[in-house]
Structures are given as C-alpha cells and as structure tokens.
Design a protein around this ligand. Structure first.
Ligand SMILES: [Cu+2]
Length: 359
C-alpha cells in the first residue's frame, strides 16, 4: 500500500519492472521527512543496470564509512551507530548505492558480553528515509525499542543482552525487506559468561557473514526474484584481521589464515534476507557446533550447518594439512553467485603469498 510518504516521492522508472522507492513511513506519522520530487531521480549506478531506482535525495550521496563507537563502563555498554548511504562495490565495476549501518554492508560487528546493558544510539544520516535497529539479541517491545529514527535525527534505546549467541541485527523500518536487502544488516555476538566448553582448544577465531544482493532497490525482485549475488564477508574480531563488505571477492582476495593443526572457530551468521545457508567448509568436519552460538546447543561431527535467514552458529574444526580450504554455502547455485571464501593453511600460519585460485 502506498502511503503518504511514498505518494510524495516521484517514480521516474524507465522500466515497469522496477517499482520500488522505499515506503518507509507509517501513514499516521507526521514527522516523516518528505523527499522533494526531482526529475532526475534515477541515475545509473552501474554498467549492468539500466534503470535502477535511486531515491532522489540519495543521488550523488556517498557518505564515508563512520567507525563504530563503543564505550564500556562496567556492564553498561554505550554503542553509537549511523544509518547512511554509501556505495559498496559488490563486484568489480558494480557500485551498489547501499543503505548501510556505518557505511559497511554488512554493518560493523558488535561484540558484547552476556548480561551487558546496551545503551544504543542510532544517528540517522540519511536525509530522506527513517531507519531503525532490530537487535535479535535482546528482549524489547519492538514498537518502542526498535522504533524508527527520522532523517537527520538520533534515537537512543536501552536493552539487556541476556542470552549468549551469534545474532543478526537489521533495520526494521517498513518495508523491512527493502532495508535489509539494500544493505542494513549485521551481526552482534553476545559472549557467554562461562565461555564455550571448547574454548581451551581453539587457536583462531574469525567472523563470517553471508548475505544476498538483488537488483538495485527493486522490491519486486527482492520479493519475487532470485539473488543476483550471494556473498560472504568477514568482520574483524581482533585488530589486524580483515574487515570486509559482502562482495563476491571479499574473502577470496584476502583469505583467512590458519596454521597446520589449528582448531579454527568461526562465528557465522546468515543475514539473508531471504535465503537459507548450508554452511560447509571443504576438506574438514565440524568437530563442535553451537547452534545460534549458544553453548547449550552443542552438536558434534557435523558436515554442514544450516543457517536459516538470521540464524547463526559457532563452528569449530581442525585443519590437518597445508592447503586452501574453501568455505561455501552448499547450495551451489548460491556458491556460483559468489558465496565462496578461502582459508589458507600454512606451516607457520602466515600468508606465503601463493595464489588461492578459484573464482
Ligand atoms: Cu533502514
């Protein structure tokens, strides 16, 4: 249903197949910012796309990434994030004018401890559209705790991280599918107070996220189509680790590293928005898996872990020989669209400079 906000926006689509401009506001909300109609509301964002729907106020907007702000005072954690429009080069030569948290898609990795109180502020730098934050790691009344933050405004929300796990976060503003598929998703890890039973065995840890991309800002394609790209990203858990966006080459050009004999732990999450991930590492077996990252959900000896849209896991495996170990979603139509990454295993755990090959 087109609401007041949407009706004031101009659809200048050249194609009847691309209809979306974001319908983000509730009809009853008076404070939603309007977008001035513009004849030039469509621009070309890539050679491949003929008629993408860039919202007028987003045209020529490409905000630089803003670092995540996080400060801890005891068990109170003060987190500030932005919602902003930033170009993400999903594949070579194709810039997607993403709706993002902090200029990253997926957004920055957030790590807190079980029992922490999160004081979360969202600064909405988007001049046109309200955005919000839905942390799957908390209990709150969504209409209050995940409420929309208007353009050029800030909203602050407080909640407890009472359960450990590897949780998705995303913008929950209507239409949610547009906001997630345009890039507003990420992961919050809530570390268990008592750790995982296998903590002492683990040598290396990385965070991996799977997401899909669709035709630019095309709600019809997001709703009824198939992904154009299915991708992995890695987010730095520690300084010095790679921190990437979700692109078709993200964890290929800069593979993760491990040493022969290491037990590797991956914090994985599939932020979707629509597809399931069948997460698998080629050439090994998951010795230990904690579904959704909760230590109570301990499984052993798994070949593939199914991650529903928004689902997470901690997976642990041992790399016994030198070589390149791809990780994939074993739904190979998606792997073919980009969802492959590499772990390079060397004698000393350092990059030997060898090509990892593959796509
Ligand atoms: Cu949003």
């Amino acid at each position: 249903m087109f609401n007041k906000f949407l009706s004031r926006m101009v659809l200048v689509g050249l194609s009847g197949t691309v209809l979306l401009l974001a319908a983000c506001a509730d009809e009853t909300e008076e404070s939603k910012q309007e977008i001035s109609p513009k004849e030039d509301a469509v621009e070309t964002v890539s050679a491949e796309e003929k008629d993408p729907e860039v919202i007028g106020a987003h045209k020529n907007l490409n905000d630089a990434a803003v670092p995540l702000e996080m400060e801890r005072k005891g068990s109170d954690v003060y987190i500030k994030m932005t919602s902003q429009i930033t170009d993400i080069e999903i594949e070579k030569g194709y810039n997607y004018k993403a709706w993002t948290f902090n200029g990253e898609a997926p957004g920055p990795l957030v790590v807190v401890n079980e029992g922490d109180t999160i004081h979360f502020t969202l600064e909405n730098l988007d001049p046109a559209i309200p955005h919000s934050m839905d942390f799957h790691a908390v209990h709150t009344a969504p209409d209050k705790g995940f409420a929309d933050v208007m353009p050029n405004e800030e909203g602050t929300f407080t909640y407890q991280a009472s359960k450990p796990g590897v949780f998705m976060y995303h913008c929950g503003t209507d239409p949610v599918l547009s906001h997630i598929a345009n890039g507003m998703h990420g992961v919050i890890i809530v570390q268990p107070n008592d750790g995982y039973p296998t903590d002492d065995e683990v040598d290396r840890e990385y965070a991996i996220i799977q997401n899909e991309w669709y035709r630019y800002n095309d709600l019809d394609d997001m709703t009824n189509g198939v992904p154009s790209q299915v991708v992995f990203s890695t987010k730095a858990l520690d300084e010095g680790q790679p921190n990437t966006n979700g692109t078709v080459t993200a964890v290929k050009n800069e593979p993760l590293l491990a040493k022969v004999g290491d037990k590797v732990r991956l914090f994985v999450n599939n932020v979707g928005p629509n597809e399931v991930s069948s997460f698998h590492v080629v050439g090994t077996i998951f010795d230990d898996v904690y579904i959704d990252g909760n230590p109570a959900n301990h499984m052993e000896g798994m070949q593939t872990v199914m991650l529903p849209a928004s689902g997470g896991a901690v997976v642990e495996f041992t790399v016994k020989e030198e070589g390149v170990y791809p990780f994939v979603t074993h739904q190979f139509n998606h792997a073919t669209k980009g969802a492959v990454g590499y772990i390079k295993v060397t004698a000393d755990g350092k990059d030997d400079g060898s090509e990892v090959g593959g796509q």
